[in-house]
Write a protein of this length. Structure first.
Length: 334
């Protein structure tokens, strides 16, 4: 029996429960799903969205997601009130969303689920709950003990990997090193498989014009690209960031390594939030996520688009295939 994909329902005050219900009810869902979250919140989301799914509480992943018309939920986290303060930032919601992710990580590390797919959490709610994480990526890295990791944002037209993620721009500039650049290029190469063509975006305008507009491209990025090429990786750059994404979209490159959050995510999100997916590289299991936030302004309205979560499920399904069943041993007593 194939293992289910696990979906953590995200911040209960946001659209996470609603898009989770919609994705699980969608006939395009690629595989059985186990939802980790609050059964009451998901039952309310069913009513809000008009879904006919019946919420069923389970205590283990085995066999989950296989009964038509049933949403299998593994409860986790603190008990939530009967009436949620939808659309608000709250410490208890941050605590609950963290608990769902923690439970999902435990199940993935135990091999009980094929992959982990996460609905959005709210960074301010996490902070109010006293949790020192700026986002999912950092939670996943710490709780799995992963030291080499990176965020990839992908859609059908672009794959972008970030050198720095949830940092101020000033902090991101200070964090750029030859070692970090090279490691991100290596992770991209390892994840995509084969010999992908990896373009490294420059930090400064015109790739620094040989130091005229800044020295980081010459002194940090270029040496990392040379080192990657010496290892047999098809990396190139630094390429001016104002054209490299266009070139990748046209098929010249398989992925772009971007230097900081907005440099890399603006081109991906411009092509449509509903088609984007967040993939964490370097973890001991596959993790994908939506390419949007908690959308508090839409919570409780039943109108949130679940396409990004459905896309994340599809990527998880493709990146974490179940191994083929072992053939039965031949018998010589027949």
């Amino acid at each position: 029996m194939t293992r289910p994909l696990a979906v953590t329902m995200g911040d209960p005050h946001g659209i996470g429960p609603e898009i989770t219900v919609r994705a699980c009810a969608d006939p395009r869902r690629p595989a059985p799903v186990l939802v980790i979250g609050d059964p009451g919140a998901l039952a309310r989301a069913c009513r809000t969205t008009g879904s006919r799914l019946r919420v069923r509480t389970v205590d283990r992943p085995a066999g989950a997601g296989r009964t038509p018309g049933v949403l299998d939920v593994l409860p986790a986290g603190p008990a939530l009130p009967a009436r949620l303060a939808l659309g608000t930032v709250a410490a208890d919601a941050g605590e609950a969303s963290f608990a769902y992710v923690r439970e999902g990580i435990a199940r993935a590390l135990a091999g009980q689920v094929r992959a982990l797919v996460t609905a959005p959490v709210n960074k301010e709610a996490l902070r109010l709950a006293g949790l020192p994480y700026p986002g999912h990526t950092e939670i996943l890295a710490e709780l799995t003990g992963t030291e080499r990791y990176a965020m990839m944002m992908a859609n059908e037209e672009l794959k972008v990997v970030l050198v720095t993620v949830h940092q101020s721009l000033r902090g991101a500039l200070d964090a750029l090193t030859v070692e970090r650049e090279l490691d991100i290029v290596r992770l991209t190469h390892e994840t995509l498989g084969g010999r992908p063509r990896i373009a490294v975006a420059a930090l400064n305008p015109h790739a620094g014009e040989n130091g005229l507009f800044g020295t980081e491209d010459r002194d940090v990025i270029a040496p990392a690209v040379r080192a990657a090429r010496a290892e047999g990786i098809d990396a190139s750059g630094p390429w001016p960031a104002d054209t490299v994404f266009m070139r990748a979209r046209a098929g010249e490159f398989d992925a772009v390594v971007a230097q900081y959050h907005d440099q890399g995510l603006i081109p991906v999100k411009y092509l449509g939030l509903e088609h984007g997916v967040n993939i964490t590289l370097g973890l001991p299991f596959v993790r994908t996520s939506v390419d949007h936030g908690t959308a508090f302004d839409l919570a409780g309205k039943g109108t949130a688009d679940h396409t990004s979560l459905l896309t994340a499920l599809r990527h998880a399904h493709e990146l974490a295939p179940e191994p083929a069943a072992e053939p039965a041993p031949e018998r010589d007593d027949l």
